[in-house]
Write a protein that binds this ligand. Structure first.
Ligand code: GDP
Length: 281
């Protein structure tokens, strides 16, 4: 999915979120581990205030492990409960149960003092498009889980997935928008493929990525494309076109094709595990 947000969308999404959030105890926000800042919604802190908060650094298989751990600490220092997950393979997904219990500890104790026993914690998943919400829900809930809304006698409306005796999950995730205003954020969202490439200049995008990689992951870049020495960005793209046989009719090098190829390889993790932003900055 690619971003196509308009003010109307945002107002509607926000209104729905406000309604849903009233029903839940804990908000589980998925962010992309390659851009844990840029893939985070700017308004959710306000929308979810007074709720327990969990951040899942999803797709951490594609991000640099050390950097992902730094981000985990960074968000933990800000008061979030945090876990690193790969929703696609399920790695780290089971551990989220313990994180939910930890995040809701106070609430569970408050219930107990009031004599309310065994009321499940209610959770919802939120995040920007393409961050992996559906994949996570499928992995976390599995197939065995009954939708509680399907029980006879339960009125239609919100569908809850009963995960176990302790947790119920709202079955539809909340879709959030990213921080559009910020240019650098837009660029990083484009790098990971969350903004339609058709509306971008892919060659420019690729040159930007090369510049970033040169500075931060030069070893991976050089290895992937058998570069023997430091070169300018354009030269690197030219080299990629050469070694990958990207040519136009008449045998001229096809920079655009090379750019698309580079972006694909990056997005699929074939250049290596790469984080695009760092907590220090
Ligand atoms: P949603 O729009 O937030 O519901 O995102 P989806 O669940 O549809 O996932 C978007 C894409 O990301 C799909 O191609 C998924 O296979 C992929 N994906 C989701 N989670 C992971 C992950 O942890 N690692 C990797 N490598 N890919 C993932």
């Amino acid at each position: 999915m690619n971003f196509q947000w308009y003010p109307g969308h945002m107002t509607k999404a926000k209104r729905m979120m406000q309604e849903d959030i009233k029903l839940i105890d804990v908000v589980i926000e998925l962010v992309d581990a390659r851009i844990p800042y840029s893939s985070k919604n700017p308004d959710i802190d306000e929308l979810a205030k007074n709720k327990s908060r969990i951040i899942l650094l999803n797709k951490y298989d594609l991000a640099n492990e050390e950097e992902t751990k730094k981000w985990r600490s960074w968000y933990e220092e800000k008061g979030f409960f945090v876990a690193m997950v790969n929703s696609k393979t399920g790695k780290g997904v089971k551990e989220v149960h313990a994180v939910i219990q930890a995040a809701c500890k106070e609430k569970i104790e408050r219930d107990r003092r009031k004599g309310i026993l065994n009321r499940p914690v209610r959770a919802m998943i939120v995040g920007i498009p393409n961050v992996g919400k559906s994949t996570f829900i499928n992995s976390f809930a599995g197939k065995a889980c009954a939708k509680t809304g399907n029980r006879p006698g339960v009125t239609k409306g919100k569908q809850w997935i009963r995960l176990n005796k302790n947790v119920e999950l709202l079955d539809t995730p909340g879709i959030l928008w990213p921080k559009f205003e910020d240019q650098a954020v837009g660029q990083r969202l484009a790098y990971i493929g969350s903004i339609k490439d058709e509306i971008l200049n892919v060659t420019e995008l690729a040159l930007g990525l090369i510049s970033f990689l040169k500075k931060n992951y030069s070893k991976l870049l050089m290895e992937r494309f058998s570069l023997e020495e430091e070169m300018e960005e354009v030269k690197i793209l030219e080299k990629i076109a050469e070694i990958r046989g990207c040519r136009l009719k008449g045998n001229e090098l096809d920079y655009e094709k090379a750019a698309n190829l580079l972006m694909d390889e990056f997005r699929n993790g074939r250049i290596g595990r790469i984080t695009l932003e760092f907590p220090e900055s």
